[in-house]
Design a binder for this molecule. Structure first.
Ligand SMILES: [Zn+2]
Ligand SMILES: [Zn+2]
Length: 911
């Protein structure tokens, strides 16, 4: 037996092997899928190549090899429940893959797979099995091509080539789109690996229940395009997409029975053991918590490195949940203080060389993990106690299912993630109603913007555009690479009008008012990307006989660029010489905002720390918007320093250094790659600063030449967009000038009105507000005196009936409070045998107050009933205590009627 390879060596051997076979090494994409709203996280190697298979993107290579970071913790592919309970499931894992984009096919893919496994890695040939596709429904041809290729491999036992149906051996991306048969390589690990030896009648078989046969590698052959449930058409070019889980092949080559015992994860378990002081036997006895902690520490580190910090919603919920879950499992092995950062340090140590984002974000990772544990530490005990109470209660009633609302309650009150509630319930043989819980969580998730539908990628018009461009390429009107795109060097280009598309059809000409999509040989119009909006402008005839206003740009497929707009003059015809001109003023506004965005990003990181990373941006002509990761509101003082810093850089008038270089080199130099963006192998880099750039980003946007061109940058707002994500809005150049102008105008206008200089405005305003308050109080007092005087006059209207003093009258513009004061005055005058009802209509709303003396209460009167009866003509109602009550009404004109009935009511109700 050869010396055992390390996990890192196995990863590298895979890459080296395919590089030797002329594959281009492509870096792992971010865990946050670039430009794909359908996926929460990258969950397979093909995610970053999806557009190539869909034909909407082209790459400079036709063979690729990579090792992709994957996360399966949410959505359809969710392995969380298995993680910790067995030796093969992970939330995070690496997927090794080799790819052919219309290049080699089954024969080569199978031969190389065989060669790598048997010759390079020395796996025994007689222990390998291969599966091929045979349609169980019977309408897709059997994959004999693959089966033949397998049987032809040197040393392959032909009886080890098996056929399986759609479930195991047919791969589909979605309900429509590219698909094809696949072929899997399985390894027979021998009888000792069977976990069902004790089951009577059990036979070990490939694709069967037990753990003896291990699926190592899946080779997918993409040869069809699915148009519908029954309809497949052959693809013009066939592709290969393979996937081999790194952890699994490492466990095989290191001959261990658990992925957790490979040198990828074992150091994490050892680190945890150091913290607990457990013996080897104790580790074995508690292997589940150790596995969970190792797995979750690794996922958390990789997530945070890719900018996904713990939070409440969408993607951010995932690191929160897994850190909390790991923390709780720590409690099971005696870890009752934050510890996970220590394990995460081992992750950074072990993986940092291959995934430098871990090393770069080391502090942010460790800090975020510890902060999250500390937060949870404060509530975990109370949450657990409450949950245990709930479960006890259920058990007593003989029930097994905790309600989804109660689980949701535990999350909102104590931050107890659903997954932990479920862990605890299941540990007691109970469960939680996930459906109901999800209902409320889904609302959150949708609100956070994660999980939108795939959007406008497909569609029939894309096919039309593609067909038009293909025809132009065949005619030689366009080069094979399609429309040339250069928004950087000029703001206008000349060229022939190659095609006009209207209402989804190519047309020869168009007339005024018609909406059109236009294709030119090359364009200088920027197409929305990286947050920067598309250019607008005009396309006009070289002889000025017609003009099209361009409102939007679109690139539905590689090499297909469409100007969308309306004919505003004349009759454009295919073949006419044309001039395309970007709206230059608008574009300059956009460029100022884009460069300012880079300055802002740099200042944010300087002021708030390295964790403040871009999480989204909008670069429009009138403003810029920048979202970034930061756990709390930016204080006004920090904001002022950030704004001052940006303007300091603007006044420094630094030249921008824009260069194209290999991605690896740029990343090595410390360039900021943005969250959720997709990069090719060569990238455009923007550096600002003299010898030591203070801003260095990968960016395809358009920028000013020198920072002084921005003029000025003013921050207009700071707010929260989601948990852990803040947003800053700002204006520059003309937008900032207009803002300052508007503010000045307001200041001057107010100064004029107040008769004060702008400098003295604040002081003057304070004085005025003081005066206003004094006057308000004075008016209130005066009004009360007026009402009191009116009331003194009205006292004359008191009547005496059957020895009872009754007053029912209305007063002008008295509030209910004032009326109550008058009622008190009346009670002083007539402490016994008295009834009063006062009405008024302050601000047009009728109000009534009624009071009854205590002796009359004994005789059956009730102020509440009285006021209710009196309010009937007013269309109102009321109530209160027996001695004092209040009513409101709608119709003020009925006040005399309301009061007129009082005396009669009193007499009638006296006992
Ligand atoms: Zn078995
Ligand atoms: Zn940029």
């Amino acid at each position: 037996m050869k010396q055992k390879l390390t996990g890192a060596e196995i990863r590298q051997a895979f890459i080296d092997f395919f590089e030797e076979h002329r594959h281009t090494f492509v870096r792992s994409a971010s865990l946050v899928p670039g430009g794909d709203q359908t996926l929460l996280f990258t969950n397979a190697g093909m995610v970053q190549f999806k557009d190539v298979f869909l034909g909407t993107d082209k790459r400079p290579y036709t063979r690729a090899v990579n090792s992709q970071k994957c996360l399966r913790v949410a959505g359809k592919h969710n392995d969380l429940e298995e993680v910790g309970r067995d030796d093969t499931h992970h939330t995070f894992f690496e997927m090794l893959g080799n790819w052919s984009f219309g290049d080699y096919y089954k024969k080569e893919a199978i031969a190389w797979g065989w060669q790598l496994l048997t010759e390079v890695w020395g796996l025994p040939k007689d222990k390998l099995w291969a599966t091929c596709f045979r349609d169980d429904i019977g309408n897709i041809p059997q994959d004999d091509e693959a089966a033949e290729a397998w049987r032809a491999q040197p040393g392959m036992n032909p009886e080890h080539v098996l056929f399986f149906g759609r479930k195991d051996n047919f791969w589909e991306m979605a309900e429509t789109g590219p698909c094809g048969p696949c072929s899997e390589i399985h390894l027979d690990r021998g009888e000792k690996y069977c976990n069902m030896k004790d089951v009577p009648g059990h036979v070990c078989r490939v694709n069967h229940e037990c753990t003896r046969f291990l699926e190592l590698w899946n080779l997918v052959f993409i040869q069809y395009n699915r148009l519908g449930p029954e309809k497949l058409e052959p693809l013009p070019a066939t592709h290969v997409d393979t996937g081999m889980g790194l952890e699994r092949i490492v466990s095989v080559l290191q001959d261990v029975d658990s992925n957790y015992r490979t040198d990828l994860l074992w150091p994490l378990i050892q680190e945890t053991r150091k913290l607990t002081g457990d013996s080897d036997a104790e580790v074995e006895a508690n292997f589940t918590p150790y596995r969970v902690i190792a797995d979750h520490a690794r996922s958390a580190a990789f997530l945070i490195a890719d900018g996904v910090v713990p939070g409440n919603l969408g993607r951010n919920y995932v690191p929160r949940m897994i850190i909390r879950r790991a923390y709780r499992f720590g409690g099971k092995i005696g870890l009752h203080n934050p510890f996970l950062a220590k394990v995460a340090e081992k992750v950074i140590e072990g993986y940092g060389a291959v995934y430098p984002e871990l090393t770069r974000n080391r502090n942010a990772i460790l800090r975020a993990i510890t902060r999250e544990e500390e937060q949870f530490q404060r509530t975990l005990d109370r949450a657990t106690a409450q949950l245990e109470d709930l479960l006890d209660g259920l058990q007593k009633r003989g029930k097994r299912l905790l309600s989804g609302e109660q689980a949701a309650d535990l999350y909102t009150t104590f931050g107890m993630p659903f997954e932990i509630t479920r862990d605890i319930a299941r540990e007691r043989g109970m469960d939680v109603d996930e459906q109901v819980f999800k209902k409320s969580m889904d609302e959150h998730r949708v609100a956070s913007g994660a999980g939108k539908a795939m959007g406008a990628l497909g569609g029939e018009d894309v096919e039309v555009f593609r067909a038009v461009v293909k025809e132009l390429e065949e005619k030689g009107s366009l080069p094979p690479s399609g429309v040339t795109y250069d928004p950087y060097s000029h703001l206008s280009v000349k060229g022939t009008l190659l095609a006009i598309i209207s209402d989804g059809e190519p047309v020869e000409l168009a007339s005024v008012g018609q909406s059109v999509e236009v294709i030119l040989p090359d364009t200088c119009f920027y197409i929305e990307s990286g947050g920067q909006v598309s250019d607008t402008g005009t396309i006009r005839a070289a002889d000025n006989s017609w003009e099209i206003a361009v409102e939007e740009m679109r690139k539905p497929a590689a090499g297909v660029i469409v100007h969308i707009g309306k004919v505003v003059k004349g009759t454009p015809k295919v073949g006419d010489p044309a001039i395309a001109e970007v709206d230059a003023q608008r574009r300059h506004d956009i460029m100022r905002n884009h460069t300012a965005t880079h300055l802002l990003h740099a200042e944010l990181r300087k002021e708030l720390g390295e964790h403040a990373r871009q999480a989204g941006s909008l670069v429009a002509p009138d403003r810029l918007r920048f979202d970034f990761t930061h756990p709390e509101a930016v204080t006004p003082e920090q904001l002022a320093r950030i704004e001052a810093g940006v303007n300091h850089r603007i006044l420094g008038n630094y030249a921008l250094n824009i260069t194209i270089k290999p991605l690896q080199e740029a990343i090595g130099e410390g360039a900021m790659a943005l969250f959720g963006e997709k990069y090719g192998d060569t990238v455009r880099t923007i550096q600002i600063g003299d010898t030591q750039p203070f801003s260095y980003e990968l960016c395809g946007g358009t920028h000013v030449d020198e920072t002084g061109d921005i003029g000025i940058c003013l921050i207009t707002a700071e707010s929260s967009v989601a948990a852990g994500i803040r947003r800053i809005e700002a204006v520059t150049g003309r937008g900032a000038y207009e803002l300052v102008q508007r503010r000045f105008q307001v200041v001057h206008k107010v100064a004029g009105l107040l008769g004060a200089s702008p400098e003295a405005l604040a002081e003057k305003t304070e004085t005025l507000l003081d005066d206003l308050n004094t006057n308000r109080k004075l008016i209130a007092n005066l009004r009360e005196s007026l009402v009191a005087a009116e009331f003194e006059g009205a006292l004359k209207k008191t009547v005496e009936k059957d020895g009872v003093h009754i007053l029912a009258t209305s007063l002008t513009d008295a509030t209910a409070d004032t009326l109550r004061l008058m009622v008190d005055r009346f009670r002083q005058l007539h402490p016994h045998s008295s009834v009063i009802v006062l009405g008024s209509t302050p601000e047009g709303r009728p109000v009534l107050i009624a009071a009854v003396s205590d002796d009359l209460i004994k005789r059956g009167l009730h102020a509440g009933e009285l006021v209710k009866a009196a309010a009937v003509p007013l269309g109102g109602s009321g109530g209160g205590r027996p001695n004092l009550a209040q009513a409101g009404g709608k119709d003020a004109s009925m006040m005399p009627e309301a009061l007129a009935g009082v005396a009669e009511w009193v007499i009638a109700h006296l006992k």
